[in-house]
Design a binder for this molecule. Structure first.
Ligand SMILES: [Zn+2]
Ligand SMILES: [Zn+2]
Length: 331
């Protein structure tokens, strides 16, 4: 990798990939594979993985950085603004921090970097003609909606319109909800995302996110406000399912932190003396590069079922080309 000068465009499609072909979670394989599925589930919860870190962050945010629910009984700017500022700080630290480490100071050069294209400057498609500034603007708009959905839940809990459980009152359900939240986040993400890939919804709304053919941490939440409004609509599940506020924050962080990390453009952030922390999401990186594939996540079944799964291999590239041809020809 180091034998290439940074200016020279690479002929290879990717600078770095995970082991190819990438594989989906075995949860939906038929005949079913319970042991493989259990191993995958346990691995997905490894303590330096993103999922575990989101959960840890959710506990910390709830314990130290969330207004007392009693204050949320009445809608008021004082407690809502505290949530807004806290969410702004979370986004700035995560997306801004990753951007500085990986893209601005290039502390690990191109190691673990997927796509060698730079963040775009001078391209009219972006506001301010600058991909990073455009992305920052729309990410901060997304934080307003993040705060909206979160505040709505606290208001509802404070007034008894949604049911709260605690670890003490219902440990089994509390634990089950922790397992359920990532599944629900993936379910919601797939169907919202699939919907906005259709017709004028794509052209008017989702095309904004797809200006980012290569992605950086700020690209994760860089989307049309209609999309960022509905991105965290999945919190409304808590009007139906009893839960603890930690579950609400855990779900919100799947988007609030999950989008910036998964779009980082690098598979890992190196940390001295370790393998580093896995951030990027090659599955979704393929979606940004090829559009008509990988709408969901590693854990959602529909890309496999509807034949839109791109496994990163050359065969996958052909499959997408073939599908595109059929779409253009209307066949
Ligand atoms: Zn898309
Ligand atoms: Zn994306």
């Amino acid at each position: 990798m180091s034998d290439h000068s940074p200016q020279r465009p690479k002929r290879r499609l990717w600078n770095h990939t995970p082991a190819l072909p990438i594989r989906l979670a075995p949860y939906w394989d038929w005949p079913s594979r319970p042991v493989a599925s259990l191993i995958y589930l346990l691995k997905s919860w490894n303590p330096i993985g993103m999922r575990f870190l989101f959960l840890a962050a959710a506990f910390i945010v709830w314990r130290f950085f969330t207004p007392d629910l009693a204050r949320a009984e009445v809608l008021a700017w004082d407690w809502i603004s505290e949530i807004l500022i806290r969410n702004l700080i979370i986004l700035t630290v995560v997306a801004g921090g990753l951007h500085l480490i990986l893209w601005a100071f290039r502390l690990q050069a191109d190691e673990y970097r997927y796509d060698m294209r730079p963040m775009m400057k001078g391209a009219k498609a972006f506001f301010f003609k600058n991909q990073v500034w455009d992305n920052m603007l729309w990410s901060y708009v997304a934080v307003i909606f993040w705060t909206f959905w979160e505040s709505l839940m606290w208001w509802a809990y404070a007034n008894g319109w949604a049911r709260i459980i605690t670890w003490e009152s219902n440990p089994l359900w509390f634990a089950a909800m922790i397992l359920l939240v990532p599944i629900w986040a993936g379910f919601h993400f797939y169907w919202l995302h699939r919907l906005i890939h259709v017709g004028w919804l794509y052209k008017r709304v989702h095309a904004w996110h797809h200006k980012n053919i290569n992605t950086g941490p700020w690209s994760g939440l860089a989307m049309h406000p209609v999309e960022s409004f509905f991105l965290m609509f999945d919190t409304m599940i808590f009007f139906i399912l009893p839960a603890h506020p930690v579950h609400v924050i855990f779900l919100l962080l799947h988007h609030g932190i999950g989008a910036p990390t998964s779009h980082a453009g690098f598979e890992r952030v190196k940390v001295v003396g370790t393998k580093g922390v896995e951030v990027g999401d090659f599955f979704h990186q393929l979606h940004h590069r090829f559009f008509d594939c990988n709408y969901g996540t590693y854990e959602t079944p529909w890309d496999a079922w509807f034949n839109t799964f791109h496994d990163g291999s050359d065969a996958g590239n052909e499959l997408v080309k073939e599908r595109r041809k059929r779409i253009w020809q209307g066949g």
